[in-house]
Design a protein around this ligand. Structure first.
Ligand code: A3P
Length: 325
């Protein structure tokens, strides 16, 4: 039997199987052949039971912070390379493999009752993510948060301005959303990044291609903002996590911040930082009309999809379609 040195052998292998150049990591414990060669020192328990996938600007940080209050739920450690979120399935770090990913999670003290999770808000609309996530975490539950895509786009634009994005600083929101093929490349790129995540139904279809409908929960972000304790109860049920945690006692409305926050001792509150719940001028009516039209087909599709899945319809979606009709 003859073989080649490792590098040449690998080159030969990928010549024969070019499709396999892009790795697709699976859980080593789901296949006996893999498990047998997986180091005995390692465990497959350091993987999330659920993912919060965003999209950005829908309240994903608030949801993350509320989830971590639950005694049986543990978040991934913050990443220093990608500003807190791990973004494993969506970014270049995917190539580093599952050991890199697992290092973001503690070893759970009880793998069956502890719920590890990770929130990366760009998972929702990044093309490759559902396939990659389903390969590694086929039994995971997936939580997405949806608000009116027009409000999401506006919040995202304000976020870019706050981060001194020169293009967002140079153009008004209306100019960004109405940009077209003849616009400067930088403006067009911002336009797409601003609007594409809001095509909710197309992104959800992609997730549903890889996960069963029963594994997905669409949270109404408007309700999360106004009645978080109620939404957190629904999420606890969906996850099947115990013990039941009483969010009514854990959260309080902070008048100064204008949002629900964690209740800490002596009736004081601990809220998210200044970058969440920013103050900025309302969207102008012209832009709202434009975006209602822009998203109408997507919203109609979303309505169909949610009805088909038997998931509750968010109030904002009913209102949006009612006003647009
Ligand atoms: P704005 O800053 O535009 O108001 P994300 O964390 O996904 O980036 O979403 C940020 C948005 O979460 C904020 O957008 C804010 O409206 C919303 N949000 C919902 N509940 C919140 C809470 N309890 N505290 C702060 N922001 C909250």
């Amino acid at each position: 039997l003859q073989t080649l040195p490792p590098v040449r052998l690998a080159q030969k292998y990928f010549q024969i199987f070019p499709d396999e150049r892009d790795p697709l990591w699976q859980n080593p414990c789901h296949d006996k052949r893999h498990k047998d060669i997986w180091s005995k020192e390692k465990t497959c328990d350091r993987l999330p039971k659920f993912l919060v996938i965003g999209p950005q600007k829908t309240g994903s940080t608030a949801l993350h912070s509320f989830l971590t209050l639950h005694p049986a739920i543990t978040s991934s450690f913050p990443s220093t390379v990608t500003f807190e979120e791990v973004q494993f399935f969506s970014g270049p770090y995917y190539q580093r493999g599952i050991d890199w990913y697992m290092d973001f999670f503690p070893v759970p003290s009880n793998a069956s009752t502890d719920f590890l999770f990770e929130k990366s808000a760009n998972y929702f609309d990044t093309e490759t993510v559902p396939k990659r996530a389903a390969a590694l975490l086929p039994r995971a539950k997936i939580i997405t948060i949806l608000i009116n895509p027009a409000d999401r786009a506006h919040s995202w634009y304000q976020h870019q301005r706050a981060h001194q994005d020169p293009v967002a600083l140079n153009y008004t929101f209306h100019e960004v959303i109405t940009a077209g093929p003849s616009s400067p490349a930088a403006l067009l790129s911002l336009h797409l990044r601003c609007l594409q995540p809001g095509a909710y139904s197309s992104h959800l279809e992609r997730w549903l291609h890889h996960y069963q409908p029963s594994q997905l929960l669409m949270v109404d972000g408007v309700q999360l903002r106004s009645s978080p304790a109620h939404v957190m109860d629904e999420i606890q049920k969906f996850l099947g996590v115990t013990p039941y945690y009483n969010y009514t006692q854990a959260l309080m409305f902070d008048e100064g911040k204008g949002f629900w926050c964690q209740k800490v001792e002596a009736g004081r509150s601990h809220c998210l930082g200044k970058s969440k719940g920013r103050k900025y001028p309302e969207m102008n009516p012209e832009s709202r009309v434009f975006l209602s039209e822009y998203y109408r087909e997507h919203n109609v599709e979303l309505l169909r999809l949610l009805k088909h899945l038997g998931q509750p319809l968010p109030v904002w979606l009913r209102d949006e379609l009612h006003n647009a009709s």
